[in-house]
Write a new protein. Sequence first.
Length: 222
Amino acid sequence: MMTIDVFVRILDLVGTFVFAISGAVAAVNRRLDIFGILVLSFVAGNFGGITRDVLIGAVPPAALTDKCYLLVSVLAGLITFFWYAGVHRLRSPVLLFDAVGLSLFAVTGAQKAILFGLNPVMAALLGMLTGIGGGMTRDVLLAEIPQVLRSDLYAVAALVGAAVVVIGDRLGFSSGVSAPAGAALCFGLRFMAIRHGWHLPVAHLSARKRAEADTSDDEEVS
């Protein structure tokens, strides 16, 4: 029978692969060379997990000690580099792979936090951080505003998926039940947000426009 550690590692590697694909696709879209593509693959696929491991004291991080993480990231980068046309045929490929990676990393982050004895609230928050870490680093390296700060229910979906794992653990459900349920809910919420444009409330007037409006008012008064 599969142990929890093996189950978490498998989900972690699958999440690494799909997040690495999203990083590689974003790199190809920005016309990076093959080295840049491989770097973005590793960053997107592993920095969420590295952040998680550092915060819970699982050092050195698994991504830096287990060669499987590097091999999976390189494989994803090479597949995207040589068969980008096939990957690109998918509808919104970056968003699709990003959503899959987000859901897998959110549940594995929460599950690993539970194994290391974190309380339920912190475990859920760490699961969310694991899910958004790689994508945030990828976007920063590409000089873009991270999707977590502008996309539809990005961090919220990760938090919901991680919370399902934590609640399932508190209720006595096995990780084989709570983890897939959390991942499915996270992916479904993120996918529906992308499809229907769901998002959290935003300010109707940005700080820049507000400043411009104030300047116009001052000019009219003078």
